[in-house]
Design a binder for this molecule. Structure first.
Ligand code: GRF
Length: 195
């Protein structure tokens, strides 16, 4: 961890694949003086990911990898994580499953945000399934990443009410707003527990 005036800051890498609203809210949080994180690297597996704009705008190093060659991509990622002394990885809409090699070398140091109240609705298309099952509530979860999909220890969750008039678009929009709110809070809580 990087020492700043006697205080420690955790060096964070954020992994994205798409629009990057969660990345944007983590960057905003990292800029608060009292925040204990510094985002030093953004990794994208998608050369068209809109979220890369937030890395560029904030002069954060950007690493683009091609998962068509997964072993190469992950070797490149690992080298860059080490080179930048990354202490914590935040997955923020990263649509690839990390191999055991990365998960094990960053054991208990990888967070993910998932758009459901885990352990319910692991995997993809959560909102469609929530609506189909006529759930009254859904929400989002920040959890640690282990080798099983969406199954690591839960750090923070927040409920979101499902409205009668909701469709996939309206529900995902409301859940996303909640994700953007809780991800920095969860990171703050988690980082205090490891400092
Ligand atoms: C979020 O809904 C997140 O929970 C899911 O992918 C989406 C990413 O959104 N894993 P964004 O790229 O952060 O805007």
């Amino acid at each position: 961890m990087e020492k700043l005036n006697g205080k420690k800051k955790v060096s964070v890498a954020v992994f994205i694949s798409g629009r990057g609203t969660n990345l944007r809210s983590l960057i905003k949080f990292s800029k608060i003086k009292s925040s204990k994180i510094k985002i030093v690297l953004v990794v994208s597996n998608n050369k068209k990911a809109k979220g890369m704009y937030f890395a560029k705008k904030n002069k954060i190093k950007l690493l683009l990898v091609n998962y068509k060659f997964k072993i190469n991509a992950e070797n490149k990622i690992l080298i860059n994580l080490k080179k930048n002394n990354i202490n914590l990885i935040c997955l923020a809409g990263f649509m690839k499953i990390l191999s055991k090699k990365i998960v094990k070398s960053y054991k208990n140091r990888i967070l993910n945000i998932h758009p459901s109240l885990l352990p319910k609705y692991k995997g993809l298309n959560t909102h469609i399934r929530v609506l189909k099952n006529k759930e009254k509530f859904t929400g989002c979860t920040v959890h640690l990443v282990n080798t099983k999909l969406d199954s690591g220890k839960i750090i923070m969750q927040k409920k979101v009410k499902v409205l009668k008039k909701d469709n996939e678009k309206s529900l995902s929009k409301r859940v996303l707003r909640t994700e953007n709110l809780i991800y920095p809070k969860a990171v703050k809580k988690f980082v205090f527990s490891i400092l």
